[in-house]
Design a protein. Structure first.
Length: 594
RNA sequence: GGGGUCGUAGUUGAGAUUGGUUACAACACUGGCCUGUCACGCCAGAGGCCGCGGGUUCGAGCCCCGUCGACCCCGCCA
């Protein structure tokens, strides 16, 4: 029997009425009425109802009796208009149905562990174990198809801008700085390891030095760090690099790409240019380097007032180099004691030791700390925060890092709770002038806040290079969307003398520079052009385009929070032979059952 | 490394704040009936290592300790 498909299940319409068609697909549901059996046949385009009737074909009807969920079927029959009153308006194909005269069961199926349609209510453990079944769900199929389309759009956009794609190695060299590397042992050089790339950073810079002016790659990257709802150990970046460029040119290119993607995929007009904000402004007002500008609740600095008030925890903090900041919640005086306690608990997650508050009622302040403020100070505090009757003001006093982290997250949480976040808004912001270094408490030294190849602001570099590295700004920029970082980049260092000084400030000694980055230093000395670029988090962008909260909804075969794949059971033990070939031994305490 | 939520038929849940004999329901599944369903309906039935290990107890799904796993968060992620 020749079962050449004539139509897809989602494509049948009234135009096909009277045609003989062949459909193939999976049985979504079977409704057996004895003399007539209905089957919803599904493929990746949609559903069509196919009908088995004794009087059309008793043979097909009899065979149809044995159909079960997820059986793979081929049917041949006439497309008919549905009987008056039986049209299903919920289906695009609901006007018609196929009266089957021939059926072949191409493959039966075990009873599935869950119904495909019920996906959303099923435990993720089971869904990931049977990911191949979950992927039959129309939502996931749509997500992955849109992802494919987005990739095409990215490629065509950059191709039109004279970029070209270069593939860079997956097996590469481990470098210090940054995330933990995934390592791959070398068989040929026992005891030595490749690393999987955290990003193609060095290769794309080398391509610039090679004169490949405009590089793009949709690159897979790997980081061996703990996972989150929007973080997977392997992820995809849209990676760009240009020579003889400027931040302005990169902003323009990325803005154009976003217009293109959101326009084509969501039929949404994105207005450009995107607003810009310095890192300092973002931290001051939003407490985060990824400001969510869809709502207000900005941070207000009250350190000066607080330093003079009678509340020791405030004044001491300011004297000790900390700060006191607050956010005003319009109408927030209606929050219950319990709600305030919950917010205090929330603040504690980010290290806040407590959370003072003021409710501005008609009679005046209701607050445990009111008595510590003179009338004068109360007035200036009201003026500073813009406090009005019915408002709530929340305080955080601590080191700047904790204050910003706490209030930055608190403003998001309050906005979420109080429904202050407008839906269907996409607020892009460029964040610029990042500090070149930040001090790492764990490592007791300065580390790059972007990466070690970022061009410093040269004025700052000359001014503070010796004594205050933390004051040097860099020529790095992030693009954020609704308070989420979706990409970051910089103008790079193209002179070996500057690169060398940056390495020194990072406390890398000559031997280390030579062994880790010798090839880069060498390359920089052979006529490296000024260059810069950006990497965009493709998975995160897809989360916005597909309006989903979980990165696992935009990746075909995602890993769990412990970086395992429940379907393949990777990672797994390997054979003793494999280990011996690599000259590796597993510690007895860890155990390797194979 | 730390905090939180969760784990009971194939699936989703119930099983009290009080430990008690046969662990309950819905959907799915199996058999039967049914010619217009699309959450089809009706009748009958099968289905349980209560995540795993240990402890307390005459007796544990329930209490205690440990452990494994999934998810969310902090740290971490240039």
């Amino acid at each position: 029997m020749n079962w050449e498909r004539t139509h897809f299940c989602g494509d049948l319409r009234q135009e096909q009425i009277g045609n003989e068609v062949v459909l193939v697909g999976w049985c979504q549901t079977r409704r057996d009425h004895g003399g007539v059996i209905f089957v919803d046949l599904r493929d990746y385009t949609g559903l069509s109802q196919v009908v088995f009737k004794k009087e059309i074909s008793s043979e097909a009807h009899q065979l149809g009796d044995s159909i079960r969920s997820e059986y793979v079927l081929a049917v041949r029959g006439q497309v008919e208009h549905r009987i008056e009153g039986n049209v299903n308006p919920k289906l695009p194909t609901g006007e018609v149905e196929v009266l089957v005269d021939q059926l072949e069961i191409l493959n039966p199926s075990e009873t599935p562990p869950f119904l495909i349609e019920e996906r959303e209510q099923v435990d993720e453990k089971i869904r990931l174990t049977y990911r191949f079944l979950e992927l039959r769900h129309p939502i996931l199929q749509r997500n992955l198809m849109q992802r494919s389309q987005a990739m095409q759009l990215v490629r065509s956009y950059f191709t039109a801008e004279k970029f070209f794609e270069v593939e860079t190695p997956i097996l590469t060299k481990s470098t210090p700085e940054g995330a933990r590397d995934y390592l791959v042992p070398s068989r040929v050089s026992p005891g030595q390891f490749y690393a999987l790339p955290q990003s193609p950073q060095l290769f794309k810079q080398l391509l610039m030095i090679s004169g490949y002016d405009r590089y793009i790659q949709i690159a897979r990257c790997f980081r061996d760090e703990d996972l989150r709802g929007n973080r997977q150990p392997e992820f995809t970046q849209i990676d760009l690099e240009l020579s003889f460029t400027s931040p302005e040119e990169i902003y323009r290119l990325v803005e154009g790409l976003m217009v293109h993607l959101f326009g084509e995929l969501l039929q949404m007009e994105v207005s450009i240019p995107f607003p810009r904000m310095t890192y300092q402004e973002a931290m001051d007002q939003y407490g985060s380097d990824a400001p969510d500008t869809r709502f207000e609740l900005k941070l207000v600095d009250l350190s000066d007032i607080a330093s003079e008030c009678g509340l020791r925890v405030f004044s001491e903090v300011v004297k000790g180099g900390g700060m006191v900041k607050a956010i005003r919640v319009p109408g927030g005086a209606d929050l219950s004691r319990k709600a305030l306690d919950d917010l205090t608990e929330f603040a504690a997650i980010y290290g806040a030791k407590g959370m003072a508050w003021i409710k501005r009622n008609a009679e005046g302040w209701q607050s445990p700390i009111a008595k510590f403020f003179s009338e004068e100070h109360q007035a200036s505090l009201e003026a500073r925060t813009g406090m009005e009757v019915g408002d709530l003001v929340l305080f955080c006093a601590d080191k700047p890092g904790i204050v910003h982290d706490t209030l930055g997250n608190l403003r998001k949480e309050i906005a979420r709770q109080r429904g202050l976040i407008p839906e269907n808004e996409f607020r892009f912001v460029w964040v610029t002038d990042f500090p070149l270094f930040e001090y790492s408490e764990t490592e007791k030294r300065y580390v790059s806040s972007h990466h070690p190849f970022t061009m410093p602001n040269l004025e700052d570099f000359e001014l503070h290079g010796g004594d205050h590295p933390e004051r040097i700004r860099s020529r790095a920029y992030d693009i954020t969307l609704n308070g989420v970082e979706i990409g970051g980049g910089s103008i790079r260092i193209h002179r070996s003398d500057i690169q060398d000084r940056v390495f020194k400030l990072l406390n890398l000694d000559d031997d280390e520079i030579e062994s880790k980055f010798g090839f880069l230093m060498k390359a920089l000395s052979y006529g490296a052009p000024p260059h810069g670029g950006i990497a965009l988090g493709f998975d995160r962008i897809m989360m916005f385009l597909l309006k989903t909260e979980s990165i696992r909804d935009v990746i075909a075969f995602p890993k769990t929070q412990r970086a395992s794949c429940l379907m393949t059971e990777a990672p797994s033990n390997v054979s003793q032979d494999q280990l011996e070939e690599l000259q590796l031994r597993i510690r007895a305490s860890v155990g390797n059952q194979s």
